[in-house]
Design a protein around this ligand. Structure first.
Ligand code: ATP
Ligand code: MG
Length: 606
């Protein structure tokens, strides 16, 4: 591609809404242009990177026997009503009517459509297994689209679905996709972790996320410092337990606590550390996905007790309560109505609602809680004697330093460290959730009808391309991983007004292309400084400077973007040298300094 003939405009400054490096760089490199919040036009460079990534995905999936299909983006409501997700997905699903008044939505994911496709064809065990995938635009009406392609409303996803006769076979399909994902992300050279995760409202029992490690990541991960266990904080077990108290239960007593509304102030005033105090939080166990029945109408209030220095984990709570979405906290007014006191003076004693107790403090005895009367607390409170616990469960957020469950089980001492991650892929074993509700059945060898066992597997294609930039850039611009770089070589033509330079550049441009490289040529009439800056910003793996002065000496300059270690090479050998360098880059063997073949450096080394 010749810059002079292409629609490519780099920017000096990133747009105001670009907060993280990769978003800023993609915008400045002219790769993406915002059309509306979370909705972008991909420029040619972005599209080239996306297509390369898509082809890596295709190669790895096709190799494993998966088949590509393409489903519609517009879905009839009836399919989503069959699984009840028309309601459950809430406003995340963009719904609309066509001219005949029929309800439709834009595809946010395709379990319903693919299950419908498969149930129409599959009759018996002989028609299984199947593993179908597509690469397609999804639409999710995200509340807060941000960070460019990271959290878009419209984005490109690869979604795959497996269909098997039984659980054992379905788990083999799961493992196959797990391996495919490893191969795909390894080929990008990304630093990532495979983590335990929550299934969200997709459903299913076994699930892992593929998380690219980056400070800008929206996900919080707990990663073991000893073994390879890692979990999204949403589900990371928080294992440390207090010892079971063995002393006598003392008589419960009320005492005044005016102006002591927070755990911090209570702890200070009483001289008791926060982790020895018990705090009580209130949530609504009503999913409220039905507009006619919002949580405020039927609170289904529940109380959660945990140590004063711990935080409630809404995803763990959602799973314990069997809800589809994380529960909402009650407002202060709702707490007052439920307990008789304002938040800060509430506790489990005397409540008529269910009380869930964090298992980390199951052993607490003679502890302090709010009295459910304003400005009053109770001391010497004991479980069982003073209030009933509906359920003990791990309800709190894990913290760095907590024991790794896998190490604990194996008698090792590993503990969590905290990382940020970008979720680029997600694999689920679904079981029969969709096949049962949609009647996707097959006949066994014995002629018995059974629901098909399913799995689903997503990769955020557009998100991954941006995540790669988030992980691979420097102060001057993008440093493309070679697997998805829009171009391999960036030729900077200095002195494009000189006929000889233009001709030599043209020859090299064609030669490099003939040898299979994707070549970008900056042939604009711009100053060298401007061109070098743009080359660093666009970040293709190899830059070649070709100009009048160098050609007089018979040389061109070759510069790997990553190390910026310039090497002068003979003009007639330029093609071979670039190919050699590209091979090193692809093999991950780029030397940190250029190979010196002559002169002082070689001598000094000897
Ligand atoms: P998130 O937790 O980030 O909202 P999700 O768990 O809802 O994502 P999945 O349903 O697992 O997403 O979708 C599969 C993949 O699609 C995700 O792993 C992610 O890489 C990508 N993805 C999901 N939502 C978006 C989005 N709004 N913008 C870009 N990519 C997305
Ligand atoms: Mg996910």
């Amino acid at each position: 591609m010749r810059w002079s003939k292409s629609h490519l405009f780099t920017l000096k400054d990133a747009p105001n809404d670009a907060e993280i490096p990769s978003h800023k760089l993609m915008a400045r490199a002219g790769m993406i242009k915002k059309v509306a919040p979370g909705i972008y036009t991909y420029g040619n460079l972005a599209l080239r990177a996306l297509r390369k990534f898509e082809n890596i995905i295709r190669q790895e999936l096709d190799k494993r026997g998966c088949q590509e299909v393409l489903m519609p983006m517009v879905h009839p409501a009836e399919l989503w009503q069959e699984t009840n997700r028309w309601k459950e997905m809430g406003d995340g699903l963009l719904k609309f009517k066509n001219r005949n008044g029929h309800d439709f939505c834009l595809g946010a994911t395709h379990e319903e459509v693919i299950t419908d496709y498969v149930r129409k064809d599959v009759k018996s065990y002989r028609d299984l297994p199947a593993n179908l995938y597509q690469i397609q635009t999804k639409y999710r009406d995200e509340i807060r689209p941000r960070f460019g392609l990271m959290r878009g409303r419209e984005f490109i996803m690869k979604d795959a679905y497996s269909f098997d006769t039984d659980e054992k076979a379905a788990l083999v399909s799961y493992d196959l996709m797990y391996d495919a994902y490893k191969a795909i992300f390894d080929r990008l050279g990304l630093e990532y972790r495979i983590v335990e995760a929550d299934a969200g409202n997709i459903g299913g029992s076994k699930t892992n996320e593929f998380q690219v490690l980056a400070d800008a990541g929206e996900d919080h991960l707990m990663v073991c410092d000893t073994c390879d266990f890692a979990a999204n904080i949403e589900v990371a077990p928080a294992l440390i337990k207090t010892e079971k108290a063995t002393g006598a239960a003392l008589p419960m007593e009320a005492f005044p606590t005016p102006n002591l509304k927070s755990i911090g102030s209570l702890s200070k005033s009483l001289g008791i550390p926060e982790n020895k105090l018990v705090k009580t939080m209130f949530f609504s166990a009503n999913d409220g996905t039905d507009a006619a029945n919002p949580p405020s109408k039927d609170l289904k209030a529940v109380a959660i007790c945990l140590a004063g220095d711990d935080e409630v984990n809404p995803v763990k709570l959602k799973n314990v309560l069997g809800m589809s979405n994380p529960p909402l906290m009650l407002t202060d007014e709702e707490v007052k109505k439920t307990t008789g006191a304002w938040p800060g003076s509430c506790g489990p004693v005397g409540l008529t609602i269910p009380v869930y107790f964090d298992s980390a403090i199951e052993g607490f005895q003679n502890f302090i809680v709010g009295a459910n009367r304003d400005a009053e607390h109770l001391k010497n409170v004991n479980i069982g004697r003073d209030f009933k616990v509906t359920k003990f469960a791990d309800l709190r957020m894990a913290k760095p330093g907590h024991s790794c469950p896998s190490c604990q089980a194996a008698g090792r001492k590993g503990v969590y460290k905290s990382y940020r991650g970008i979720e680029v892929g997600h694999v689920f074993y679904l079981g029969t959730k969709y096949s049962k509700s949609m009647g996707a059945m097959y006949l066994t060898q014995e002629g018995q009808p059974l629901p098909i066992e399913m799995g689903c597997y997503g990769i955020g294609v557009s998100r991954t391309v941006q995540a790669a930039i988030e992980q691979s850039h420097d102060a001057d611009g993008i440093v493309w991983p070679h697997g998805i770089t829009p171009f391999d070589v960036h030729m900077v033509v200095l002195d494009p007004d000189q006929e000889e330079v233009r001709q030599s550049a043209e020859v090299l441009y064609r030669e490099l292309q003939t040898r299979g490289l994707d070549v970008f040529m900056d042939d604009r009439a711009e100053r060298p400084g401007v061109k070098f800056k743009d080359a660093d910003l666009l970040g293709f793996p190899i830059r070649v400077n070709i100009g009048g002065r160098g050609l007089k000496e018979g040389i061109v300059e070759m510069i790997p973007r990553k190390t910026k270690a310039m090497e002068k090479v003979k003009a007639e050998e330029a093609t071979e040298k670039v190919l050699e360098l590209m091979q090193l880059i692809r093999a991950g063997k780029l030397p940190t300094a250029p190979a010196k073949t002559t002169g002082a450096a070689a001598g000094a080394k000897a």
